[in-house]
Design a binder for this molecule. Sequence first.
Ligand code: MN
Length: 263
Amino acid sequence: MTSSKNALQAMAMALTSGGVRIVDLTQTLSPDFPALVLPPELGQCAPFRMEEVSRYDERGPAWYWNNITLSEHTGTHFDAPIHWVTGRDLPNNAVDSIPVERFIASAVVIDCSKQAAQNDDYELSVEDIEAWEALHGRVPRDAWVLLRTDWSKRKAIDYVNLRDDGPHTPGPSVAAIRFLVEERGILGLGTETIGTDIGQAAHQNPAYPAHHYLHGNGRYGLQCLCNLDQLPPTGTLLIAAPLKIKQGSGSPLRVLALVNAVR
Ligand code: MN
């Protein structure tokens, strides 16, 4: 018997016995869920739309189904390196070519919810990360870093938080995302907001630094996550497998977090 076989048997037993809990980090796809809005001169990503095909009626007497339309970047979704110009020429940079091993990985949670409650434009700093590491150890290589801001608890208008000068939402500073990518080698950054970047990221240098550095280094993004307040700082196993869209830049997906149940 191999040790890997033992590991999977132990995992199966932990799942059936309740020793491992599964937390759903996914927002429900519905027409009400806000989509990203860019300045009007730019192309726009489509919100979620659902059209009934039949519902046990003359259009289909025994079945119910819908046609849906949406953007690759609608609702809880995955960003692939090809999404950003810095990642356009990397190998395996689209959702259909990323190695599937990348879709199951460990995750750590950095809690900035108190700071974000005080400041809509809060930027995670290198000092925040170092303070987190002093308590929980070094951010592991090839792990997801999930940024808890409690933003997912906000209602639609406050969630997008659009003002005359654009959206105001928290995210990483330029130095913090560079540190996570270049010094810690993270797999990707997951946020509760619509983007991996702050709302005002057009004014950072470089603009949209999370997209710039993550995707330019073959790393990934997760956005519109929820229930991060139910995760421990370390020890989460994250399952985040995007749809296999040919040359897709991203995809809505179900994000599942496996955590040890508290006894
Ligand atoms: Mn996106």
